[in-house]
Design a protein around this ligand. Structure first.
Ligand code: UDP
Length: 385
């Protein structure tokens, strides 16, 4: 068999992929179908990057090791694609938020508004009310705070967003871009689905299972616990790099800032909080949210429970990067790195770390599919990507 494989893959170019998260795995999978020979390098001991999930030996619960990941998309191609690798079980993310000793529904919806203000508004009344409490003098919100004051007013901003955001990003919301808050809708009905996407679900066997299946191909060799050195690039005709873009260039333009997360794990008997995720919006509670992982797999039954208390802080050199900070300083640095990257021959920078953007899983997958398409089209046309 080995000889047959060798013969079959010998004629095609050699592809190196750095990072076995969704970006790298999707590209590896797509190119392997076209008989490219692929080496994928992963510095950690497992694939799937920060989406990695594994069963806890003590409780049997499937744990989202690097924090909650809920799959949602409105992209037909991506939804159809992920289902090739696992069955997606019905799941709707319904988040609760605790603020000043009371529990509310998030994102801000008609129940949140009515309970918070002690009203019984219908959708039209709520919309008028929200317009009346929003700061209409802010016509073009630039910062997170301006966006919040404009669309939800001071009381809701201070209850749900100010404390949480200060903890999550380590700075005042007036220093953050409005785009971060635009991730969250405000609804004038009782729809409490956190995501406005057309499709949503949880992989029955976890995200790591999906990535392992993507990489399970005779043309793909996975190298775990292996840091990629730039000198290794010479072995490949093309490289797809999903590590941090600034690391590739030895931080020549300075380090790009990230937030990292710490998780405090606790095990309990029974149901700890009755919901997958509860946000803690008060600034004097040190964690941002608590996730109870068995509720991410509601089709399973577990007597015991595992929870994560989540804390956010600045990402130091040896920490795992999570959220790119993307303030003015980082954007200037990023521009310089993007220029350097475009001058790199036969190397494509992909994914959250390779492009330094706040990407959800479905966007990562959609972009990786596009990159693979473009690469194959360039190859077919005899062009360089
Ligand atoms: N946010 C907040 N309060 C909440 C939830 C979110 O202030 O209870 C803000 C916070 O700044 C966060 C942003 O809204 O970074 C986007 O929230 P999302 O739930 O999309 O964050 P993620 O789940 O990606 O961490």
């Amino acid at each position: 068999m080995a000889t047959v494989h060798h013969e079959r893959f010998r004629l095609k170019k050699r592809i190196g992929i750095v990072g076995a998260g969704f970006s790298g795995a999707v590209i590896a999978h797509e190119l392997a179908q076209r008989d490219y020979r692929i080496d994928i390098f992963e510095s950690r001991s497992h694939v799937a990057g920060n989406c990695h999930s594994e069963r806890d030996a003590e409780t049997g619960v499937m744990v989202h090791v690097y924090g909650p990941h809920i799959f949602h998309t409105s992209n037909e191609r991506v939804w159809e694609y992920v289902q090739r690798f696992d069955e997606f079980m019905p799941f709707v993310n319904r988040v609760k938020a605790i603020t000043k000793g009371r529990v509310f529904s998030l994102p801000v919806n008609l129940l949140t508004i009515n309970q918070f203000f002690g009203k019984t508004f219908n959708p039209r009344e709520a919309e008028e009310f929200m317009a009346s409490i929003g700061d209409q003098s802010i016509t073009d919100p630039q910062t997170f705070e301006e966006q919040a004051l404009r669309f939800v007013g001071r009381d809701l901003y201070e209850a749900f967003f100010k404390g949480y955001t200060t903890k999550q990003w380590g700075m005042h919301p007036s220093e953050l871009p409005a785009s971060i808050l635009r991730r969250l809708p405000v609804r004038f009905n009782y729809d409490d689905n956190y995501y406005p996407s057309k499709y949503q679900g949880m992989p029955k066997n976890g995200y790591t299972y999906i990535v392992e299946k993507m990489l399970d191909h005779p043309a793909i060799k996975v190298h775990l616990n292996t840091s990629f050195e730039r000198s290794m690039a010479a072995d490949y005709d093309h490289l797809f790099y999903s590590g941090p873009i600034d690391t590739w260039f030895n931080h020549s333009q300075g380090r790009l800032g990230y937030r990292t997360l710490d998780f405090e794990t606790e095990r309990h008997v029974g149901d700890y909080q009755g919901n997958p995720v509860i946000n803690y919006c008060d600034e004097d509670v040190p964690w941002t949210r608590i996730s109870e992982h068995k509720h991410f797999s509601p089709w399973e039954t577990h007597e015991r429970s595992l929870i994560y208390k989540e804390y956010s802080r600045f990402c130091e050199e040896t920490d795992i990067p999570y959220y790119p900070i993307r303030l003015a300083k980082e954007k200037t640095q990023l521009k310089q790195y993007v220029e350097l990257a475009s001058a790199e021959r036969d190397t494509t920078f992909i994914g959250r770390l390779g492009t330094y953007r706040y990407l959800d899983m479905h966007i990562t997958i959609a972009e990786a599919l596009d990159v693979a398409d473009r690469f194959l089209a360039c190859e077919a046309g005899g062009e360089e990507m």
